[in-house]
Each structure stands twice: as structure tokens, then as C-alpha cells.
Design a protein around this ligand. Structure first.
Ligand code: ADP
Ligand code: MG
Length: 237
């Protein structure tokens, strides 16, 4: 059983290596995805990729940093959730590996929406995922945080935990997602985000998504992204 698992994993890793990130992908079934993600997408009836998903997912599966620009409603959530699930899966992430991915969202409401999509699409994975948006006592959140593999959070509350929660294990950390980075910056979270990044190991993959390209976003991108693949999707004229 173990052997078969290893074979499947190395086949999957090989398919990701072989993937041409510039090739246009139409259906999720054409991507080198794990069985749990493929089943999760099937169960939620996602079949064809949106433009931003088609442009971003292949690069992200291959570990590239992403700077993504696309308006609201273009499907950015799956553009980062699929790579998050896959990149942790291929590393055989377990509860003992601690925090693997952090998804930053400007508001509680958006964080809740992302978390709901993560729960649906990620339902066949064994990862533990948590929502860190305040509203509960810090203590209550702290007790559960040490076991979490994926966190969806608002910047202020997340920084509070990184400063104060000893059980939060970040030394294996893999992926940082900043969703709606323009709004995160507009809301004055610049220093908070910088401080969060300071808490994370230097070597990690970052996906930064924004509806608009402002000066603050390009400053953040310059500071937090390494040789990013720039994927912009504009409305057809
Ligand atoms: P954004 O974050 O860019 O505003 P969302 O990720 O919230 O966009 O997606 C917008 C809507 O499109 C949601 O209702 C979502 O379920 C739907 N959607 C996203 N990706 C797909 C897809 N590949 N196929 C069909 N619907 C999708
Ligand atoms: Mg969104």
C-alpha cells in the first residue's frame, strides 16, 4: 500500500515537472492533480478553468511565485487554492509538519468565503485548516492553531498569533497567498504584512493577487516576490 502511494506521488511529481506552464489548459482534468483535489473539484462541479486559473495554476504547481491581476469574479480563489492543496499534498504534508500555507485576506467576510471554498474543494484531503479572523478569544484560537496546516486569516489577527502563539510551528512553511492585495494595502495593513513575512522562513512560494495594480501593490510585490510570473487577465474588448 505504502509502495503504491509512493509510486503515485512520484508519477504526479513527474507530471508536474513535465507540464508546460505556457500550454493552454481548458479542463481541470488535463492538469496533473492529485486524486483528492480532482475528486473535490468534481464534487463541486468545477470542470473548465477560468482565464486566470488557466494562466496561474500551472506556474504555481511548478513552484513559481505569482503576481496575478484579475478583476472580481474571475475565479482567483481556485487559482490559489488548487496549488496550495497540491503543493502540500506532493510534499506529503501531515499534522506533524505544522503550518504549510497561509492565505491572507483583507476582511473577515472574504476570509470566510475562501475558507468555505477550501472546505468544499479540499474535502477529500487530510489537511487541517483553520480560519483566523478574530471574534473568538485569542486563547481559544491558540489551542487549535498548533495543529493547523492551512490558515485563512486577516492580517492583524494573524500577526497577533505569530507574535504570541508559541505552538504555531512555521519552520517548514511553504506557501503564502495574499488575496486582494490592493485592498489589504488600502486598509493600512502594509506594516502588518511586512511583519507577518518577517515571521516566515525566507524560502517559500508566494502568490499575490490584486484587482488593481497600485504603487503600494507593486512595492509589496517587489519586496515579497521572487522572479514572479506575471499573470494579468483583462476583460475582452
Ligand atoms: P474572484 O476571487 O476573482 O473574485 P472567485 O474565486 O470568488 O472570484 O469566483 C467567482 C465565482 O466564479 C464564484 O461563484 C465561483 O464559484 C465561480 N468559479 C470560479 N472558478 C470557476 C470555474 N473554474 N468554473 C465555474 N465557476 C467558477
Ligand atoms: Mg476573491
Amino acid at each position: 500500500k505504502r509502495k503504491r502511494g509512493q509510486d503515485e506521488l512520484s508519477t504526479l511529481a513527474q507530471r508536474v515537472d513535465d507540464l508546460d506552464p505556457k500550454a493552454s489548459i481548458k479542463n481541470f482534468s488535463e492538469l496533473p492533480l492529485s486524486e483528492p483535489t480532482a475528486s473535490g473539484l468534481e464534487a463541486t462541479h468545477y470542470k473548465t478553468l477560468t482565464d486566470i486559473q488557466s494562466r496561474a495554476i500551472s506556474h504555481a504547481l511548478k513552484g513559481r511565485d505569482i503576481l496575478g491581476a484579475a478583476k472580481t469574479g474571475s475565479g482567483k480563489t481556485l487559482a490559489f487554492l488548487v496549488p496550495v492543496l497540491e503543493n502540500l499534498y506532493r510534499k506529503q504534508w501531515t499534522e506533524y509538519d505544522g503550518l504549510g500555507a497561509l492565505i491572507l485576506s483583507p476582511t473577515r467576510e472574504l476570509a470566510v468565503q475562501i475558507f468555505e471554498v477550501l472546505r468544499k474543494v479540499g474535502r477529500y484531503h487530510g489537511f487541517s485548516a483553520g480560519l483566523v479572523i478574530g471574534g473568538k478569544s485569542l486563547r481559544e484560537e491558540q489551542e487549535r492553531l498548533g495543529r493547523m496546516n492551512i490558515l485563512v486569516c486577516t492580517p492583524g489577527r494573524m500577526l497577533q498569533h505569530l507574535d504570541q502563539t508559541a505552538m504555531l510551528e512555521t519552520h517548514n512553511f511553504q506557501m503564502l497567498v495574499m488575496d486582494e492585495a490592493d485592498r489589504i494595502m488600502d486598509m493600512g495593513f502594509q506594516k502588518t504584512v511586512d511583519a507577518i513575512i518577517d515571521h516566515l522562513p525566507k524560502e517559500h512560494q508566494t502568490m499575490l493577487f490584486s484587482a488593481t495594480q497600485t504603487k503600494k501593490v507593486s512595492d509589496l510585490a517587489r519586496l515579497s516576490l521572487k522572479d514572479p510570473e506575471y499573470v494579468a487577465v483583462h476583460e475582452a474588448a
